[in-house]
Design a protein around this ligand. Structure first.
Ligand SMILES: NC(=O)c1ccc[n+]([C@@H]2O[C@H](COP(=O)([O-])OP(=O)(O)OC[C@H]3O[C@@H](n4cnc5c(N)ncnc54)[C@H](OP(=O)(O)O)[C@@H]3O)[C@@H](O)[C@H]2O)c1
Length: 333
């Protein structure tokens, strides 16, 4: 195992790279050098990393922050800290500890990461690494979307059977809010409206007992506005409603959201949050992992694939059943 000093070198790590947009055949496993840590950077031996909707979208070439072919997939990860620095020690992160994090740009599907320790938090004792790995990106997305949504007592959560929607619903209910979700089949513990019903906006308002003060949406559907009160807030986590148009829809939708007044619209971007609000991101992620470890938050159940099965992992992520999330096992950890 390459450690901090010995990390740079031939074949030091294996990475999942997308070399051609499209189906999983455009994914390769590359052996490559690792840059030596600079300044306060630390080395993380990645053991597990989630593979979800954003990775599939980026593989197809439709992601709003689309990297050019040759990029490494993955935003979040769990691993073991292989080295330490003055900053990591100041943050309480010592070599040998289990850590988790979200990157501000894709690249976590690799066996060795050289990163700033300010991206990392400790994984609570007792939380197994695959279960920890499903949480960082999705839980931070859900928590950030709720923060942007504000304190409205009634909230609509689109895609409540998905990993992000499910966590958002739990956090909102825990805060005493009335939650109605949309999905194609009922979700345990949440009033669920079938989004295929042409009258779904009216049905959602009826189920909530009145118009919503906030909605979290990943589809970009203009119909979400029908569910909101005039002073409501619409939070976009994605604009994924029209397959093959996601990138253009995201760019247009984000531009519209910047000037929208009734309802007020906000774009939830975890990469931007991680980049610009590091202490808040770390506090949020630590709290959410503690919630998962202590059973206050139910995250998706991991469906694990070995690194050599990454193509199967991509196929599984395209049709993950409700309540499951694909996790790549990068090393036995
Ligand atoms: N903004 C960020 O920083 C950020 C970070 C992470 C993820 N995301 C995005 O957040 C979104 C949700 O993530 P996820 O992992 O939970 O996604 P996911 O696994 O793709 O789940 C999608 C959910 O949407 C539902 N759905 C499908 N079509 C719908 C429609 N027309 N109307 C309403 N709901 C519909 C699905 O329900 P059924 O299964 O019942 O069909 C499912 O519950 C994704 O688009 C992802 O790319 C954004």
């Amino acid at each position: 195992m390459a450690a901090a000093g010995g990390a740079a070198g031939e074949d030091a790590r294996r990475s999942v790279r997308v070399v051609r947009f499209g189906d999983p055949s455009g994914v390769v496993l590359a052996r490559e050098r690792v840059r030596a840590p600079r300044g306060n950077d630390v080395v993380v031996a990645v053991t597990h990393a989630s593979l979800g909707a954003t990775d599939v979208l980026a593989r197809r070439g439709g992601y709003v922050f689309q990297p050019v072919p040759g990029f490494v997939t993955g935003y979040d990860f769990v691993g073991v800290l292989e080295s330490e620095s003055a900053v990591s020690v100041a943050l309480g992160l010592r070599a040998g500890m289990r850590v988790a994090g979200v990157l501000p740009r894709m690249g976590s599907h690799t066996t060795l990461l050289v990163v700033s320790p300010t991206l990392l938090v400790a994984v609570p004792d007792g939380l197994d690494p695959a279960s920890a790995a499903v949480a960082p990106l999705d839980a931070v997305t859900a928590a950030l979307a709720l923060q942007l949504a504000g304190p409205a007592p009634r909230i609509l959560i689109q895609g409540v059977s998905g990993p992000v929607g499910s966590i958002a619903a739990q956090l909102a209910e825990r805060a005493g809010r009335t939650v109605v979700g949309t999905a194609s089949s009922p979700v345990d513990g949440v009033a669920t409206i079938d989004y295929r019903d042409p009258d779904w906006p009216a049905r959602a308002v009826e189920a909530a007992g009145g118009p919503f003060g906030a909605a979290i949406d990943h589809t970009g559907s203009p119909r979400v506005a029908e569910t909101l009160s005039p002073d409501g807030t619409l939070v976009h986590t994605a604009f994924a409603g029209r397959r093959g148009h996601e990138r253009g829809d995201s760019l247009r939708g984000s531009a519209r959201a910047a000037v929208a007044r009734h309802p007020r619209e906000r774009v939830c971007s975890v990469p931007f949050f991680v980049l610009r609000h590091r202490p808040a991101y770390r506090r949020m992620l630590s709290g959410l992992l503690a919630d998962v470890a202590e059973g206050r938050l139910r995250s998706a159940r991991p469906q694990t694939f070995a690194l050599d099965e990454v193509w199967d992992a991509h196929r599984a992520a395209e049709g993950a059943e409700p309540g499951r999330k694909v996790v790549l096992e990068l090393r036995a950890g």
